[in-house]
Design a binder for this molecule. Structure first.
Ligand code: GLN
Length: 485
């Protein structure tokens, strides 16, 4: 077995017992990247030289027994998190040359824990999409079937983890962008509670929904990565001063008597048959481990996608106003005055989906329409949050499919935005309510495509979803399968 195929916890043990050293781990990671990256295209920027520099330090740190959680572990980061002096493009032409003068809090945390950055991964431009087809640079391919998308927007991170082109990765999730690609690529993706992880240095899409989280090969690694990045940050006014437990302590606890809520609104017509079957078997499996299924209802689910696309895009149209060609990024040449320079920069720099959203919600926010759209969206958001509050009176964890379908073909939905938006039908409500959720592998379709199971928890109860996810994972071996590539 190659070192790049190991998990964070396995590598930690091996590095600490001097069974290998960080440079050897990197050798296997970059050999793998050389072998498959042409096909998978998970990365936008590969930071190989800097990685080997960091590995030298990591080796010394381990030799002096001063290692931290991630010392010497190669991790990939989605290209919408600022890394000081390292290209951070958000997969947008408008930021094609942007090297941030500062470090995001999450990557600063990973640094403090000794990680090695393998590179910056591909995404849908500004994280707007569900397939990476909206990337301004290239489309990432699903390692399980190269004709299919890896999901999105953190498709590069999920594909890199699934293809063993890194050990673990960070993604961001505004409406499903960690969980949906994790499901489509057969890996584990955790969206923490809103406020659990600092957003400082995450390029803003929709600030009231965005949250960073880990994409990993198993649940144990998810807990380890969350330990590394969770916590209050004075640089992010929305980060919560909540106590951070050691998430690894939640693994291995028994789930006897755990009430798992099954919302009827999440088992709908039009859902893929294999997905439906796999999720129902997963519920049976949880039951055999002692969990008690209870029927719950989240009655406003049907309005979630509509509310999300008003709220998220309204925030985006405001957040993206800063890209005007003046301070950083791309600037169009040839405008006769300042206004024309702005207009040319924005029309040439942004891709079609980003423009669609800016226009839609500049309209929705304009005088006279605000009450009809934005305010109504906020009211629906409150109802959706209340749905979860009531469901969590009956259930401890809510279990649903992550995505209604497995990975779809490249090009299959890219000309139909509405179909694309519906990919997130099971993940979006979670962001609107601000609760945490994890996606873990729960089976494969007849065509050998991975299927994801979503477990949703109460605010700041990542611990319990990790407990349930780990119990399920340990009784199955879906997470051990690797794509043939
Ligand atoms: N697919 C959703 C969108 O396009 C969610 C994206 C995300 O979570 N960043 O908005």
């Amino acid at each position: 077995m190659k070192l790049n195929e190991l998990t964070v916890s396995e590598l930690r043990r091996l590095l600490d017992s001097r069974g290998t050293k960080p440079q050897e781990v990197l050798d296997d990671v970059y050999n793998r990247i050389d072998a498959v990256e042409d096909k998978v295209k998970a990365y936008i920027t590969i930071t190989k030289d800097a990685a080997y520099e960091t590995a030298k330090d990591a080796e010394q740190i381990i030799l002096s027994n001063k290692q931290s959680l991630l010392t010497g572990i190669p991790v990939a980061v989605k290209d919408n998190m600022c890394t000081k002096g390292i290209l951070t493009t958000c997969a947008s032409k408008i930021l094609y040359n942007f090297k941030p003068p500062y470090e995001s809090t999450v990557t600063a945390c990973l640094k403090e824990q000794g990680y090695i950055l393998t590179g910056k991964t591909n995404l849908d431009e500004f994280a707007m999409g569900s397939s990476t087809e909206n990337s301004g640079f290239h489309t990432t391919r699903n390692p399980w079937d190269l004709e299919r998308v890896p999901g999105g927007s953190s498709g590069g991170s999920a594909a890199a983890v699934a293809a063993d082109e890194c050990i673990a990765a960070l993604g961001s999730d505004t409406g499903g962008s960690i969980r949906q690609p994790a499901a489509l690529c057969g890996v584990v993706g955790l969206k923490p509670t809103y406020g659990r992880v600092s957003r400082y240095g995450l390029v803003a899409f929709a600030s009231s929904l965005d949250q960073i989280g880990p994409i990993t090969k198993n649940v144990m690694d998810s807990a380890i990565m969350l330990n590394a990045i969770a916590g209050h940050d004075p640089l992010d006014s929305t980060s919560a001063p909540a106590e951070v437990p050691d998430f690894a302590n939640f693994l291995g606890q028994d789930i006897k008597g755990l009430k798992i809520g099954i919302p009827k609104e999440y088992f709908i017509e039009g859902m893929d048959k294999d997905v439906d079957d796999a999720v129902r078997s997963a519920v049976k499996k949880l039951e055999s481990l002692g969990a008690i299924p209870v029927a719950v209802s989240l009655p406003h689910t049907g309005y979630a996608v509509a509310a999300y696309y008003i709220l998220a895009t309204s925030e985006a149209s405001s957040n993206l106003a800063r890209y005007d060609g003046v301070k950083y990024g791309f600037r169009a040449q040839g405008g006769k005055d300042l206004l024309e320079m702005y207009m040319n920069t924005r029309s040439q720099g942004f891709g079609a989906e980003v423009k669609r959203r800016i226009m839609l919600c500049t309209y929705a926010l304009s005088a006279g329409y605000y009450d009809a759209y934005y305010k109504k969206g906020q009211q629906v958001r409150t109802l959706i949050k209340q749905d979860f509050d009531s469901a969590f009176k009956e259930a401890d964890v809510i279990v649903t499919p992550t995505s209604p379908t497995p990975a779809f073909k490249v090009g299959e939905k890219s000309t139909d935005p509405l179909q694309m938006y519906l990919s997130d039908i099971f993940t979006i409500s979670v962001n609107l309510a601000g609760v945490p959720a994890i996606s873990i592998p729960c089976g494969f379709t007849k065509n050998n495509l991975p299927i994801g199971l979503q477990m949703i928890g109460r605010h700041f109860d990542e611990g319990l979803i990790l407990t349930a996810a780990y119990a399920y994972e340990q009784s199955t071996d879906w997470h051990k399968r690797r794509p043939a590539l």
